[in-house]
Design a protein around this ligand. Sequence first.
Ligand code: NAG
Ligand code: NAG
Ligand code: NAG
Ligand code: NAG
Ligand code: NAG
Ligand code: NAG
Ligand code: NAG
Ligand code: NAG
Length: 320
Amino acid sequence: MAKLYVFAFAILFTCGSVIGQDDTTLAPVPDTTIIPDVPTTLPPPTEPPTVEPDTTTAEPEPETTLPPEPETTTAAPVPDTTTAPPAPVTTPAPEADYNYNITENNVTCIMIEGDVSFVVNYTAGNDTQIATITLPKHPMASTLISGTCNGTEGQENIKVTWGSTEQSNSVNLEFSQKADSWSIASFTANLFMDPKIFANGTDAGKTLSLVVDYGFSPLSVPVNHSYNCHSSLSAVNITATIGDEPYTLGVSSKLEGIHIQAFNMVPNEPDFVSSVHCSADEISDVVPIAVGCALAALVVIVLIAYLVGRRRRSAAYQSV
Ligand SMILES: *[C@@H]1O[C@H](CO)[C@@H](O)[C@H](O)[C@H]1NC(C)=O
Ligand SMILES: *[C@@H]1O[C@H](CO)[C@@H](O)[C@H](O)[C@H]1NC(C)=O
Ligand SMILES: *[C@@H]1O[C@H](CO)[C@@H](O)[C@H](O)[C@H]1NC(C)=O
Ligand SMILES: *[C@@H]1O[C@H](CO)[C@@H](O)[C@H](O)[C@H]1NC(C)=O
Ligand SMILES: *[C@@H]1O[C@H](CO)[C@@H](O)[C@H](O)[C@H]1NC(C)=O
Ligand SMILES: *[C@@H]1O[C@H](CO)[C@@H](O)[C@H](O)[C@H]1NC(C)=O
Ligand SMILES: *[C@@H]1O[C@H](CO)[C@@H](O)[C@H](O)[C@H]1NC(C)=O
Ligand SMILES: *[C@@H]1O[C@H](CO)[C@@H](O)[C@H](O)[C@H]1NC(C)=O
């Protein structure tokens, strides 16, 4: 019986520390949000990153406080599910099936990966139609990647251009660095309204210019770290123009499984450097952990109630 109480306490303690720990990672301070990255398909780096992600999040694992397994067979399977560390709960990173990078002198300062899509409402005759444009998954023959690791005064950019010269699309990301952290300063796109896609569109053949704000959170990322977001991010504000004219129909954009690094200085690193996860990922982790802990606690309480009841009853029989 005493063992069971110790065991129940251990479960609640583990859950409390896990949830408490994740609460602190929700704080806006970027350094505390660093969590170990989910391994990707690429081989491990030859040089480990200088900042150990573990030091910021690791807490003494309460596993050692667990008592030996209780003799009652019913309670046995519970400990394994509750002592698992929180990190593997994150959904596995999507396959690194493409990326765009800027590499100078063996340093991949900029790298981006993920799905970037735009949905554009347009007028065709008397109707409003919808066209979707995506950043190509793989660099094609027509793809041009330009950018710099050393722009003026803490600026870097990567521009991916695809399509023919007269009918080209582009996505341009600009990054800025302040002290020891970097941020995505701007995300812009020029989309050619290809008559094949914008069928019968009033504006077909023109180029739509977009300034997109995805509301990235956290805003800044420590240098030598990347920004990783398994959750889907939707644009919160898009300014759309054709030439100088505002484009009044609806435009939306999504980033899915986005992984971005800029201002990386770690040399000879073909993979992404240690990640900082977006706030949306942190929140999506906390909820299932909290639900799991609540269920585990419920199971233990029911068990205790049952055992206490049984003991009382057998005591009552003895006294008769
Ligand atoms: C880049 O790395 C290769 C092999 O690791 C090395 O031979 C070469 O000297 C490096 N170049 C620079 C500019 O560091
Ligand atoms: C558009 O609407 C006008 C007036 O309602 C109509 O005369 C015209 O035929 C319509 N055009 C098409 C392509 O449906
Ligand atoms: C970066 O560019 C500035 C001038 O634009 C130059 O002075 C500096 O040496 C460059 N740094 C590197 C690492 O290339
Ligand atoms: C475009 O317009 C032509 C003629 O007006 C029509 O035949 C065709 O079906 C339209 N295409 C689409 C995709 O609406
Ligand atoms: C959207 O962005 C534009 C310019 O970038 C700005 O003027 C406008 O206030 C923004 N709207 C919202 C709702 O944030
Ligand atoms: C685009 O059009 C669709 C269908 O007409 C509509 O549901 C959607 O709200 C429009 N998008 C925007 C951003 O206005
Ligand atoms: C980033 O990594 C480079 C190479 O390992 C190192 O020289 C530099 O000090 C690091 N910068 C920060 C802010 O950690
Ligand atoms: C960077 O891009 C080039 C050309 O697209 C590609 O060959 C190379 O493998 C990429 N490097 C990394 C580290 O992904």
